[in-house]
Design a protein around this ligand. Structure first.
Ligand SMILES: *Cc1c(COP(=O)(O)O)cnc(C)c1O
Length: 432
């Protein structure tokens, strides 16, 4: 099949996902519709966990980065798989707590957490608050003191490696709004200040070098930089860092041309580096956390749309207009992201047309993709856009007062609603 082997064509010539007929799903639940395949989500969780068991003796844990796709059912599945969770806002933490997610396995991120968020994280008893800057450190120490708590923290460190999809660079002074720099001593200063604080316990260090990365080398280099910093900390303060969080960013296959490496190869190479460095530097091997988001949710999802008009402009292009767009998938508008699409009700026909898939918002840039191969489509057809499980529902908006689509979860050919479709009443709920 086109991208992932959970996508098949059934006897009706319809696209099926996890055994469920997508044309039937579109009829039953309406469009646009996000469809997630539970088996794919669980498989990805297990692959990451297994890779830590195999290559690092199980002394680590994947945390699912919930910003990729966050709702109550997703948090339940992640908890059930025994993974931890990353949250970056009150809303994500609230969602996790609402289903009883184990707070000690939650990491709270963000470059500008509010006092309200820090208080809430302390109340919930999250495993780590990943502190981004010195202002936050001081605020947190004061808040924890006030609340009679001790805040277990990590520091977000800029390792000076910037990774893009097909290349990476080591930069001197890196320009990023996230974290503390190593080269100007900022990160070391933060560590020393935290060690002297009464209401804060330093648990570890964190870095995250980018997203949709295919190359393993930048991850290995980031680990190397962090371990040298851990050795410096030990030399200067005597303090042994126990936990190293190496972030997420593993690339997924959005188009036929992309070929991500197997995720266990990532853990294999990073573990080798960590072990070698620890031996060479005379430090203990840290507990390792990784934070996959896109790679757990992305390949498991697709979006179903109903085609409205097909506008053929001779010699220019053909616009296939669908009943969604940038409100449910802003990634083309934001990053010119590329996707594969399939006409779900004639999935076995050749994709021999080149079309532009257009949304229904009042923006020329509201496209799902330009120049995409697709079957010849007509009004009323159902189009599936693939690999939309991450950063689609979580980035959806109400622009043009669009209602956010429903989300269904498919398992063993059966579908269940996990997020209801918004209604016009939902849109005016907070209007006065
Ligand atoms: C976004 C993010 C992730 C997840 O990135 P993916 O590319 O979705 O794997 C992990 N950690 C942090 C701190 C992030 O900001």
């Amino acid at each position: 099949m086109i991208l992932t082997n959970n996508l098949t064509v059934n006897e009706q010539r319809h696209l099926a996902v996890g055994g469920a007929d997508t044309v039937e799903l579109a009829e039953r639940f309406g469009t646009p519709l996000y469809v997630m395949d539970e088996a794919m989500i669980r498989k990805a969780c297990r692959q990451f966990k297994q890779s830590i068991d195999t290559y690092y003796g199980g002394r680590g844990l994947p945390h699912y980065a919930s910003k990729a796709f966050c709702c109550k059912e997703m948090c339940r599945i992640i908890a059930d798989e025994g993974l931890g969770l990353d949250v970056v806002s009150m809303g994500e933490l609230y969602t996790a707590m609402s289903v009883g997610f184990p707070a000690q396995d939650i990491g709270f991120h963000g470059n500008n957490k509010t006092e309200e968020e820090l208080r809430y994280a302390l109340e919930c008893g999250v495993g780590h608050i990943i502190v981004d800057n010195l202002t936050e450190l001081d605020t947190l120490n004061a808040l924890a003191g006030e609340m009679g708590k001790n805040a277990r923290i990590m520091f977000r460190v800029k390792p000076g490696i910037e990774a893009h999809t097909h290349e990476f660079i080591m930069t001197g002074q890196i320009d990023s709004k996230f974290g503390l720099a190593l080269e100007n001593g900022e990160a070391m200063e933060a560590v020393k200040r935290a060690l002297s604080m009464e209401h804060v316990t330093l648990g570890g260090l964190h870095c995250h070098i980018g997203s949709q990365i295919f190359d393993i080398d930048p991850f290995v280099m980031a680990a190397d930089v962090m371990l040298h910093f851990i050795a410096d900390i030990k030399a200067q303060t005597g303090y042994a860092v126990e936990e190293l969080n190496l972030g997420g960013g593993f690339g997924i296959k959005y188009t036929q041309e992309e070929n991500p490496v197997e995720y266990d190869q990532y853990m294999r190479k990073v573990s080798d580096k960590v072990k070698a460095d620890c031996q060479a530097l005379g430090i203990d091997q840290p507990f390792i956390v990784i934070e996959p988001g896109r790679s757990i949710a992305g390949p498991a999802g697709l979006t179903l749309y109903r085609v409205g008009s097909v506008k053929e402009i001779p010699g220019v292009r053909t616009y296939v207009s669908i009943d969604g767009g940038m409100t449910d998938n802003p990634r083309y508008a934001l990053y010119q992201s590329r996707y594969e699409a399939v006409c779900a009700n004639k999935a076995d026909a050749p994709r021999d047309q080149i079309i532009t898939l257009a949304g229904k918002c009042c923006e020329s840039g509201d496209l799902i993709g330009k120049d995409m191969p697709l079957q010849k489509t007509e009004p009323g057809d159902v189009v599936a856009v693939l690999a939309t499980g991450a950063y689609n529902y979580s980035m959806a908006s109400n622009y043009n007062r669009a209602t956010k689509p429903a989300v269904v979860m498919v398992k063993d050919g059966e579908a269940r609603l996990i997020v209801k479709r918004e209604t016009p009443e939902d849109l005016i709920r907070n209007d006065l």
